[in-house]
Design a binder for this molecule. Structure first.
Ligand code: DQA
Length: 140
């Protein structure tokens, strides 16, 4: 089975976007590093969109394909009932990830619509959050 790495709005700007919060690696750098980490263990597919509906579609497709999902939904984490419903409706096992420790930041980042329908949550470890999510899916 495959693992799909889904990134939401503004994550295409990683590297230049608030590097003090999100780190200096670009999303392309994170992809290279995660592919190295995965080695031959699993096939990875990366998708990014700034549009909520695209993320709904990607979750649906991952579910139909029987893929695991590493999901950083960005700000939609805190707003999107639609993405939560898509996860709930799909058979995909989803790990919610965040680069930053959302609980140490503004209170509007403390609530996630996605956490209750995900297998688990990893936040605050920078790009290592993706690596930890990969290990969680591979060993869980
Ligand atoms: C984020 C945290 C969100 O609150 C924020 O809107 C993002 C990135 C993170 O990876 O730390 O876009 O998901």
């Amino acid at each position: 089975a495959k693992i799909v790495v889904l990134n939401g709005p503004n994550l295409n700007l990683l590297g230049s976007r608030e590097p003090g919060v999100y780190g200096s690696k670009s999303l392309a750098d994170i992809e290279v590093d995660l592919r190295n980490r995965a080695g031959g263990r699993v096939e990875l597919e990366f998708r990014q969109s700034n549009h909520e509906g695209d993320l709904v579609t990607y979750v649906q497709e991952a579910g139909l394909a029987g893929s695991g999902v590493i999901l950083n939904a960005g700000a939609y984490t805190h707003t999107s009932i639609a993405i939560a419903d898509a996860i709930k409706a799909s058979k995909a096992v989803v790990v919610e990830v965040h680069l930053s420790n959302v609980h140490a930041r503004e209170s509007f980042r403390h609530h996630s619509y996605l956490s209750p329908v995900c297998k688990g949550v990893i936040a605050g470890f920078g790009d290592n959050s993706y690596h930890l999510a990969l290990e969680a899916l591979l060993t869980g």
